[in-house]
Design a protein around this ligand. Structure first.
Ligand SMILES: NC(=O)C[C@H](N)C(=O)O
Length: 329
């Protein structure tokens, strides 16, 4: 069988991080180049013909829409050619945002796989090299096609749509708590369990190839006695959409709800999401969305809601159209 062509797009993160010793907690992300990372993984070239490109070299706390747009455009170019699969090395802090963004805007059925690590490259028991090996094995596997953007870490293959980071430091940090895993990759041997049910890739209506910036969308965190004036303050500062990280099923105190309804009437879409890790936020449960003109996030956590709303605002501001989008992506 012909070896697959896999291009690795490196953006930084702990997987490219370095510390002064193998056992200290402190380190700096984005220190090691893509060539050094590939050289650290014996046998990776047996899996695929590897090419590397450095897109950025930042900790993912400094990931930006600018870099995400650059990545999306490069993936759309490369996957039109003889590349069979893409791997993106990325920090884990905001990997879910980038993965979900690419899932919406990359026009390809070919595997696009994000990978990172929780320990820097210099650590005792660094987890990056085997994660990278498994990610290349998934990107080179024709069976990984048409499953949307994937994330491979610690043997697990997640969908961009379902994954979330749940531990600040543990190697087992990514979970897919609502919809479950896409599959597993163990020393490069892959098994796939399911396809995503939501729209993505070629089935997505969103295009960013001519887009240079995304509209500002702010996330506001709800809790007991939250300051409701943050909502109007966001709009005054230029937010074109608001996501509430609500309590429970996307709830918030009455004063905040009144403020949301007010800005929604002024044409600023407001999405009710939840700070709770599992479960969907449904329409018209404890909040009358129909009456107040609000949008329920369904299975999108606040950070994915922000990405989806930012991208969707490029084409519509209608709460009805946005609600359909939140149900289908
Ligand atoms: N484990 C990691 O990758 C964390 C790091 N701060 C990053 O997101 O780049």
């Amino acid at each position: 069988q012909k070896k697959a062509n896999v291009t690795i797009l490196a953006t930084g993160g702990t997987i490219a991080g370095a510390a002064a010793s193998g056992t200290q907690a402190g380190y700096t992300s984005g220190q090691v180049t893509i060539d050094a990372m590939v050289n650290a993984v014996p046998d990776i070239t047996k899996l695929a013909n590897i090419k590397g490109e450095q897109i950025s070299n930042v900790g993912s706390q400094d990931m930006s829409f600018e870099i995400m747009l650059k990545l999306a455009k490069r993936i759309n170019e490369l996957t039109k050619g003889d590349v069979d699969g893409i791997v993106i090395t990325h920090g884990t802090d905001t990997m879910e945002e980038t993965a979900y963004f690419l899932n919406l805007v990359c026009k390809t059925d070919k595997p696009v796989v994000l990978v990172g690590s929780m320990r820097p490259s210099t650590a005792v028991s660094a987890d990056g090299p085997l994660n990278l090996y498994n990610a290349v094995a998934v990107a080179a596997d024709p069976n990984a096609a048409k499953r949307g953007v994937l994330l491979v870490m610690n043997d697990w293959v997640h969908s961009a749509q379902s994954l979330t980071k749940i531990s600040t430091t543990a190697v087992q940090t990514f979970m897919s708590p609502i919809n479950g895993l896409i599959g597993i990759s163990n020393y490069g041997v892959n098994e796939f369990y399911r396809y995503p049910y939501n729209k993505f890739g070629n089935g997505s209506e969103f295009k960013v190839d001519n887009v240079t910036a995304l509209p500002r969308v702010d996330i506001i965190y709800a809790d007991v006695d939250m300051p409701a004036d943050l909502i109007e303050a966001s709009v005054a500062k230029g937010a074109k959409g608001i996501v509430i990280a609500g309590v429970g099923n996307g709830n918030m105190p009455k004063a905040a709800l009144d403020a949301c309804a007010k800005v929604a009437k002024q044409g600023i879409p407001v999405v009710r999401s939840s700070r709770v890790v599992t479960g969907n936020v449904g329409r018209n449960v404890e909040v009358n969305d129909d009456q107040l003109g609000l949008i329920a996030s369904y299975d999108h956590n606040p950070q994915k809601s922000r990405i989806l709303l930012s991208v969707a605002l490029l084409t519509t501001k209608s709460p009805d159209a946005l609600q359909k989008i939140f149900y289908s992506y």
